[in-house]
Design a protein around this ligand. Structure first.
Ligand SMILES: Nc1ncnc2c1ncn2[C@@H]1O[C@H](COP(=O)(O)OP(=O)(O)O)[C@@H](O)[C@H]1O
Ligand SMILES: [Mg+2]
Length: 324
């Protein structure tokens, strides 16, 4: 029996992960570039919109075999992320590799049963395997071991692979590329607050605010829907921090629908952006209107008059930037 340890995994090969639900196959698979991984869950989702839809398994397997065949014809390294605990599941995979004269490596993800079971509890409902299913998958994995060589696989164990280093290298490369591009466009904080997916929709608005480098205004725009945001820094509303920075979103004035000022509220995440767009932030207690101030100021308008002017003063710059 041939057992492999890193770095002997051939460059042009098929890697078949073997292990029960919860063993850590997908976690391991993610250490390779996404294009090299054929995940049965992902293909179930691709054909049915639900990764956990067991009725979609046969179609997902069809698609998996088709893509594998096309990749093998190009001699591309491929990882199969599925339980693969039965000979019936493995046989067409090893046959494809043989047809294309490439080695098939079985990587046994031999995680203890109790760990696999415990991990089910952390999963989303549609991806949680029942206990008896995990037990029988685990049993089948253990019994697969002696048969794999005869089936045509060379064998490796997941815990002998050195995947942390290439994983970090890949993440680091992606991040460096992102930083180089986004850094030059002033998008580093945008990425950090809202994630890289928002960046293609983000447009800094030209205007005087840009020259001063303070309170830049931006739009997130897609078709008819858009949000206006302002970058805020050095504004210390609560007196808790010496330095404060972040983004505010422009909302309708909660005090007067005819208000000519601007109402801004801080946003910290894409969840906040979604709330702002769908009206769920329209009554946000942190809104500051450039005319009306804060909700507190409106409640006891007379008493807080001085305070009100201070706060609105702080907010005139983004408002000016919007008008500019
Ligand atoms: N090496 C590891 N160390 C710690 N936790 C892990 C490891 N591998 C996987 N896990 C955790 O186990 C859970 C199941 O892993 P996953 O890769 O989804 O399993 P599978 O794809 O085999 O069902 C995940 O929550 C994951 O974070
Ligand atoms: Mg998985």
């Amino acid at each position: 029996m041939t057992e492999l340890i890193y770095p002997q995994i051939p460059e042009h090969s098929l890697m078949v992960l073997i292990g029960p639900s919860g063993a850590g196959k997908s976690t391991l698979a993610r250490t390779w570039p996404a294009s090299q991984v054929l995940s049965l869950d992902a293909l179930r989702e691709a054909v049915s919109d639900d990764a956990g839809d067991q009725d979609a398994t046969a179609e997902a397997v069809d698609v998996l075999h088709l893509i594998l065949e096309r990749r093998m014809a190009r001699r591309r390294f491929t990882v199969i992320d599925a339980t693969n605990v039965t000979r019936a599941a493995r046989q067409p995979l090893v046959a494809a590799a043989k047809r294309h004269n490439m080695p098939a490596v079985a990587v046994v993800v031999a995680t203890p049963l109790d760990v696999c079971l415990e991990r089910q509890g952390l999963r989303p409902d549609n991806q949680r395997a029942p206990e008896d299913v995990v037990r029988s998958q685990h049993h089948a994995m253990v019994h697969s071991h002696q048969r794999l060589a005869a089936e045509g696989f060379t064998i490796a164990f997941a815990d002998t692979l050195y995947r942390l280093e290439p994983f970090l290298k890949q993440l680091s490369q992606t991040r460096e590329d992102g930083l180089r591009r986004d850094g030059s466009e002033g998008l580093l904080l945008v990425r950090r607050f809202f994630g890289p997916e928002i960046l293609p929709l983000w447009r800094w608005q030209p205007g005087p605010a840009q020259r001063t480098g303070r309170d830049r205004v931006a739009e997130i725009c897609l078709g008819q829907q858009h949000l206006t945001l302002a970058f805020r820094h050095g504004v210390d509303n609560e007196g808790d921090f010496d330095f404060d920075f972040g983004f505010d979103v422009l909302l309708p004035c909660p005090f007067d629908p005819e208000c000519a000022g601007q109402a801004w509220a801080p946003v910290y995440s894409v969840t906040d952006l979604h709330k702002a767009l769908t009206g769920l932030m329209d009554k946000d207690p942190d809104i500051i209107c450039t005319v009306h101030g804060r909700p507190d100021d409106v409640d006891d308008h007379e008493a807080a008059d001085d305070d009100h002017e201070d706060r609105t003063g702080l907010q005139t710059q983004p408002a000016d930037a919007v008008r500019a």
